[in-house]
Design a binder for this molecule. Structure first.
Ligand code: GLU
Length: 305
């Protein structure tokens, strides 16, 4: 095979992205925007595109939703490189990473229930995290080891929380005293990403391993992006603040730093969020009502200003 002379080869950076839906419902227009944005960027950048099913929540996962995701994406004209990664096959990797963070004193078990947390913050408010949930008031932060052991022996359910203060100190030391940042790319052709200061402290002692499954969204997503070699994370602006926490976990776990593009969300023509009925109508329902992929793309172009 003839080699192209070096001067004619593209010098563009490697580009590998993914669409990562959670199979607890059918895809709607917001998902279509995410999938089409990532797929379109991969095509434009001569890159690659993967599909990852984020099914750590086994209770809420339905196989029919997984099948529908595949079918709806194909209908939209979105294609990906096989195999599809299922997060439910990755529990051992999540367990190993959590165990290493626990060994390093960066996580601690928390037995508190939602109502105990609500009661504590009602008396002594802690403020809210970027998702609007109360910041963890520290109920189990300083449990005596014997007490933790007793409750574990009693099979009380617990999650593992990040000791945020300690994690920030350790990450700071690990990155040679540099402050934590992430790279946000507008996705305009030929542009380089902006460097954004990350502020993971606003998440407080976030849950890294949930009570009901061996990971959390945050832990699973950083481990899988690294394992799959994702160079560019393309996802909606609703996950922008989560990137602060993802960068912290990447530093603590020694994982590579992808470039992020958080795309705009769907808006009505008047700039408000897209009306509920349209936002929540599934692609399948729209297809059944006669919508075509071209019509969906037009709606997305007009609605995502
Ligand atoms: N599974 C997440 C969701 O459906 C997306 C994760 C990501 O793109 O980082 O919202």
């Amino acid at each position: 095979m003839l080699r192209r002379p070096a001067s004619l080869t593209t010098l563009s950076v490697p580009f590998l992205t993914r669409f990562a839906p959670s199979p607890n419902g059918d895809l709607h227009l917001g998902h279509a925007l995410s999938a089409i944005t990532g797929f379109g960027l991969a095509a434009r950048e001569n890159g690659r595109f993967l599909l990852r099913i984020e099914d750590i929540d086994i209770q809420r996962t339905r196989e029919e939703h997984v099948a529908h995701i595949v079918e709806d994406l194909r209908w939209l004209g979105v294609t990906w490189e096989e195999p599809i990664l299922r997060q439910s096959t990755r529990f051992d990797a999540y367990r190993r990473a959590a165990a290493s963070l626990l060994d390093r004193g960066l996580l601690y078990p928390c037995f508190a229930t939602r109502s105990e947390i609500d009661a504590a913050v009602a008396i002594d408010p802690t403020g809210t995290d970027p998702d609007g949930a109360p910041l963890y008031p520290g109920l189990c932060k300083n449990l005596a080891p014997a007490e933790t052991e007793r409750r574990r022996a009693n099979a009380e359910p617990f999650c593992l929380r990040l000791d945020m203060d300690r994690a920030l100190k350790v990450a700071h030391a690990m990155s040679g005293g540099r402050s934590l940042t992430f790279r946000e790319w507008t996705a305009e052709p030929g542009t380089t990403p902006d460097i954004i200061a990350a502020d993971p402290a606003r998440w407080g002692d976030a849950i890294i391993v949930r009570k009901d499954t061996p990971a959390s969204y945050h832990l699973a997503v950083v481990l899988d992006d690294a394992m799959q070699g994702i160079t560019h994370v393309v996802r909606g602006r609703d996950l922008y603040a989560a990137t602060d926490l993802h960068r912290l976990l990447q530093v603590l776990l020694g994982l590579p730093e992808p470039i992020y593009h958080h795309h705009r969300l769907l808006l009505d023509a008047d700039g408000r969020k897209l009306s509920k009925s349209l936002r929540h109508t599934s692609l399948r329902a729209m297809r059944a009502a006669g919508a075509t992929p071209a019509a969906i793309r037009t709606t997305l172009r007009n609605a995502s200003v």
